[in-house]
Design a binder for this molecule. Structure first.
Ligand SMILES: NC(=O)C1=CN([C@@H]2O[C@H](COP(=O)(O)OP(=O)(O)OC[C@H]3O[C@@H](n4cnc5c(N)ncnc54)[C@H](O)[C@@H]3O)[C@@H](O)[C@H]2O)[C@@H](O)CC1
Ligand SMILES: Nc1ncnc2c1ncn2[C@@H]1O[C@H](COP(=O)(O)OP(=O)(O)O)[C@@H](O)[C@H]1O
Ligand SMILES: [K+]
Length: 492
């Protein structure tokens, strides 16, 4: 996993490295500047004439280092420093002095069109208020700039914790952030303002490695998914999935397929009797067919005995039978239970039943479903996704997967997972059904609910990226994500 930090945590880590480990602040800064300089070259930014815009804090001081390194490498570079000299940090004053000794050009005014690249070192993780005055005017001038923009640590104007724009912000092509990704670079809109995001090691260190509060999955988590050569279809897990309705068949097919494609041993689909004929194209699935709401109790109890994990929701509809199915599952489930789509729509008013469920429950709402379920609007969630997801998970006593461009996963504890892969091509019908199946498949193979949810969302995002590569973001279908998930697992 990859740790992600808030601005405050980053400042504490900086301070610890400087004060406790004894690494001089200027050494960290030199490494930070060098990393940005090297990244700009490596990423092919046009460096024939560069303007470095600096604020009065240490982000600005990084900028002066970058200007010096560009100057020493023979590039034409101008530095423009904004802000009151009385507010310059100690490091900033030192960097300006060093810069002057080298003879780099400091300018007071500039015309953006003269430059091929602009380095944004105005504000870093120290941003603490709405951007106004000269900072704002300068950032607004960059809107007509046609060259490339490299942001130092974080695009100026982006809140390091929430990704919100404080009045206005720099839209960068490249952001080189130091030590750890900041939460505000991972959440939208900050993620979009960052452009290509690189994380650079500058020597930040902490002796007591604590477990991160916020993290993203990486391939390392996927690589833990191994098959046992002596396993059998029973040991790879049995999935019971209540999905599909008279009107909707595809959702059941997609999520059922995804459960098997992610490696589960067996699948039993619980679906209306009328659907029997449709499943001839899915011979791998066993069927548990129901006719009316009265059938449910025995059917659910029998199948829960058989299964290792249960899921409900994709294409389920909201008929009385569907509602009865959900209630019965909540009443009797003693194995992990994943609730998605219509299962979530049917949850309204059943909070008590949900709370009393003996099984660990995973809810996978997209934001529309989340809003319907909780009464918290999408707009409100987007303002503070980490806290709201955590608080809701805690309140409902569930593991919550809030699906969006950046899916957030919480079980109400201090630790939150954010997914950084995937793309807008995944906003296509049935994509969420595939995710439900993947999570069920991983649960069936023995992953804990937390591991299955975090790894499942990551696998889904990676599969979405592979599908986009093959088919294009507009043309890709949920079935392509499903197929790609299999390929990702194969490559591992
Ligand atoms: N030695 C260190 O501490 C290191 C610091 N680093 C850099 O230092 C940055 C953090 O430095 P600082 O804590 O000095 O903070 P910043 O440089 O991000 O900004 C702080 C300054 O901006 C002012 N400010 C805040 N919001 C403003 C607004 N809206 N409009 C105008 N001014 C505003 C503050 O009053 C303060 O003077 C990091 O982002 C990183 O770039 C890196 O060089 C790594 C090492
Ligand atoms: N812009 C985006 N970037 C990354 N992932 C996205 C984006 N839009 C949607 N997704 C992902 O696609 C999936 C869509 O799920 P959902 O809305 O439930 O689809 P459906 O109900 O059609 O199956 C979610 O996992 C979501 O995180
Ligand atoms: K910046």
């Amino acid at each position: 996993m990859e740790e992600i930090v808030t601005g405050k945590q980053m400042k504490e880590l900086d301070a610890y490295t400087i004060e406790t480990m004894g690494v001089p602040s200027l050494v960290l800064m030199e490494r930070a500047g060098l990393q940005v300089f090297e990244s700009m070259k490596k990423e092919g930014l046009p460096l024939s004439k560069v303007l470095v815009l600096c604020g009065s804090g240490n982000n600005g001081a990084d900028g002066v280092v970058i200007a010096r390194l560009l100057f020493l490498a023979g590039y034409q570079v101008h530095v423009c420093i904004l802000g009151n000299p009385e507010h310059f940090t100690k490091e900033m004053k030192t960097q300006i002095e060093i810069g002057r000794n080298y003879g780099i050009s400091f300018v007071k005014t500039f015309c953006v069109h003269e430059y091929t690249t602009i380095v944004d070192a105005l504000l870093g993780v120290g941003l603490s208020r709405e951007v106004s005055g000269l900072y704002r005017e300068t950032i607004e001038k960059l809107q007509d700039f046609s060259g490339k923009i490299a942001a130092v640590d974080i695009p100026s104007g982006i809140d390091a914790d929430t990704g919100a724009v404080w009045g206005c912000a720099v839209r960068a092509d490249l952001t080189v952030t130091f030590a750890y990704k900041k939460a505000g670079l991972c959440l939208y809109p900050g993620a979009a303002y960052a452009g290509k995001l690189l994380t650079a090691d500058v020597g930040i260190y902490h002796k007591d490695k604590r477990s991160p509060e916020l993290f993203a999955c990486t391939d390392r988590e996927l690589k833990k998914l191994t098959r046992k050569p002596d396993g059998n279809k029973g040991s790879f897990g049995k999935v019971f999935l209540a999905a599909g309705s008279r009107e909707i068949f595809g959702a059941a097919y997609l999520s059922g397929q995804a459960a098997l494609r992610s490696g589960a041993g067996m699948l039993k689909l619980c679906t209306p009797k009328e659907n029997r004929g449709l499943f001839t194209c899915f011979p791998e699935a066993m069927l548990a067919l129901y006719e009316d709401a009265a059938d449910m109790e025995n059917l659910v109890r029998e199948n829960l005995c058989w299964a290792d994990v249960a899921g409900i929701g994709p294409g389920l509809g909201t008929s009385p039978q569907a509602e009865r199915l959900l209630e019965t599952l909540l009443k009797y489930a003693d194995k992990p239970l994943v609730i998605d789509a219509d299962g979530l729509n049917l949850l309204k008013g059943k909070e008590k039943l949900l709370k009393s469920c003996k099984a660990p429950v995973i809810l996978t709402p997209h934001l529309g479903e989340f809003a319907r379920m909780t009464g918290i609007s999408v707009k409100e969630w987007k303002k503070n996704p980490l806290t709201i997801t955590k608080e809701t998970a805690k309140k409902l006593g569930v593991l919550l997967v809030c699906k969006d461009a950046r899916t957030i996963i919480s079980r109400g504890t201090e630790e939150t997972c954010i997914n950084l892969c995937g793309n807008d091509g995944m906003a296509t019908a049935g994509s969420g059904d595939v995710l439900t199946g993947l999570i069920l498949g991983l649960l069936a193979q023995g992953l804990s609910p937390w591991e299955a949810a975090c790894t499942g969302v990551y696998l889904h995002g990676k599969a979405g990226d592979l599908a986009a590569e093959k088919k294009g973001r507009a043309a890709m279908l949920a079935g392509d994500i499903l197929e790609a998930a299999g390929e990702i697992l194969k490559e591992l």
